[in-house]
Structure formats: structure tokens, C-alpha cells
Write a protein that binds this ligand. Structure first.
Ligand code: BEZ
Ligand code: FE
Length: 286
């Protein structure tokens, strides 16, 4: 049979008939169906298709050991967040995207330590508990934290300006499941715009900003690991996150305080911000 507009999809699907892994075959079958339907609908010119291939090539060529432009593309297309949402665990804190800045290991720190290694910006206290979905506190849970500074930059974006490990920490909860650390209030910031994804955003009139947030990965025995953020209430861009990652349940008040007692107990100067919230893990099934 000739390969034409009407036979193309079946011909390609048939070519995958020998795929022994049933899941791979299912994925390729659906991919072929959707991809061909897209091409059939928009009917790209040869030039347009070359342009699309050129764009994807540039995305690949922008990737390095420390930069993942394909993840960024998946993020701005809402695919990363859709995959997160479809894999959401019942009963736990909602998850969000990992993002590209967890590319170095967080330095182990003791509860109460500061992850701000510079000490110039107003301080912020962050505290809470790690709980199982039935409310049981989880002791010795691992709480991996990373955030940008008060100007919106991660340490890895400013080598030589920020010390390595600034804004990062690996904590373990105490016997009551509690964690606490000192930091600075993170700023909203733009995702990297100097590559093809940045050109894509400009071509579509979209801004590149993310609302202020702190990233967490939480792990505890017998529980599904949680990758999430806590967003700063009142931050710009909560309603238009460039990567669609905001969930209302993750927006937390970072209250400003001048309380001298709390400040002294936690080793910070006044005024300071403080936030308190629980991170809830779902039990691993089976
Ligand atoms: C981040 O929050 O670090 C991030 C997430 C997705 C894309 C870019 C940055
Ligand atoms: Fe971030």
C-alpha cells in the first residue's frame, strides 16, 4: 500500500508491531496517533518543519551537565506539571516540579542552622513538621531544601558571587518530626531566558517569571518521596507562574515580626520573617 495521508498513521503503527515491551508499544502507538493528527491538522510547510527541527536541535545543543533546556521546555509547556499532577499521591502534601536548580547536593546541616551563608539580607525563620498522612510525626526524615536569594539568584547562577551551597541544606527531623532553619526571604525570579526556551517565550509574548518559593524534597522510610515547593503568600506571579507550578495549598504566609524574644531564641536580628507549615508524606503501598 502506498504511504499517503490516509495510510501513514497505520503504516507507522504497524512498524512497531514487533515491540516486545507492551507499555513501549502502547506509548509508540499513541505517540504516532497524536503526532500524525497534529501534523494533519496544522499541515506545516517544509520550511516550518525545518524550523521546528531547528528549534528542537537548539534545545538539545543548549543542554550541558548543569543546564537542562529540555526540562525547561517541558516546564513552560505545562507538561512537567501535568506529569506531576497525574502522579500525585493521595493524602500527602501536593507536589510540584523539581526544576533545574537541584543540580548539586545540598550540604548536610544541623536543625536551626542558617542556609544563608552571606548574612546581609533580613533573616527568615522556617519551621514545621514532617508527618505521615495519618498525622504521625516522622522522625529522622530527610528534608532537602534549596532556594534562590533575596535578589532571585541561585548559588549555581552566581559562582564567585555566592558561595557554593548558599541557599541549600540537608536536614533531618528530630524525634517529634520537626525541622527548622534560618534563611532569607526568596525573591520571585525569571527562569533562564538566554536559550531557545527564552526565545520561545518572547515569540509568544509570555513573561518568564516564577513567584517566590522554597524547594523541598522530603524522604522518610516507608513513604513515597515528596518533591514540592512552598510559595510566599503575596509574591508577584502567583497567578501566572511561567511553569504552572502553583497550587493554592502550597501558598504560605511568611509573616514579618519584630518579636525580640523569638529573634533572640533563634539567633536572628529584628525584623525577621517567619513561616511554619507541615509537609505530609503518603505511605508507600505494598
Ligand atoms: C525552579 O523553581 O527552580 C524552576 C522550575 C522550573 C523551571 C525553572 C526553574
Ligand atoms: Fe526555584
Amino acid at each position: 500500500m502506498d504511504f499517503n495521508e490516509h495510510t501513514a498513521t497505520r503504516a507507522v503503527q504497524d512498524s512497531f508491531r514487533g515491540t516486545s515491551d507492551p507499555r513501549l508499544r502502547e506509548l509508540l502507538d499513541a505517540l504516532t496517533r497524536h503526532l500524525h493528527a497534529f501534523v494533519g491538522e496544522v499541515r506545516p510547510s517544509i520550511r516550518e518543519w525545518e524550523h521546528a527541527i531547528g528549534f528542537l536541535t537548539a534545545v538539545g545543543q543548549t543542554c550541558t551537565d548543569t543546564r537542562q533546556e529540555f526540562v525547561l521546555l517541558s516546564d513552560v509547556l505545562g507538561v512537567s506539571m501535568l506529569v506531576e499532577t497525574l502522579n500525585e499521591q493521595e493524602g500527602g502534601t501536593e507536589s510540584t516540579v523539581l526544576g533545574p536548580f537541584h543540580m548539586v547536593e545540598s550540604p548536610p546541616r544541623a536543625l536551626g542552622d542558617s542556609i544563608d551563608l552571606i548574612g546581609e539580607a533580613p533573616p527568615c525563620l522556617v519551621a514545621g513538621r514532617v508527618l505521615s498522612s495519618d498525622g504521625t510525626p516522622l522522625s529522622d526524615a530527610e528534608v532537602d531544601v534549596w532556594q534562590c536569594n533575596e535578589k532571585g539568584f541561585y548559588d549555581v547562577q552566581q559562582p564567585g558571587v555566592q558561595p557554593a551551597g548558599n541557599g541549600r541544606g540537608l536536614f533531618h527531623t528530630d524525634s517529634e518530626g520537626r525541622f527548622r532553619f534560618r534563611t532569607v526571604l526568596p525573591s520571585h525570579y525569571p527562569i533562564p531566558t538566554d536559550g531557545p526556551v527564552g526565545r520561545f517565550l518572547r515569540a509568544t509574548g509570555r513573561h518568564p517569571y516564577r513567584p517566590a518559593h522554597i524547594h523541598f524534597i522530603v524522604r522518610a522510610d516507608g513513604h513515597t518521596p515528596l518533591t514540592t515547593h512552598v510559595f510566599v503568600a503575596g509574591s508577584p506571579y502567583l497567578d501566572s507562574d511561567a511553569v504552572f507550578a502553583v497550587k493554592q495549598s502550597l501558598i504560605v504566609d511568611f509573616t514579618e515580626s519584630t518579636g525580640a524574644g523569638t529573634a533572640a531564641r533563634n539567633g536572628v536580628r529584628t525584623p525577621f520573617h517567619h513561616a511554619e507549615f507541615d509537609l505530609v508524606l503518603s505511605r508507600e503501598l505494598g
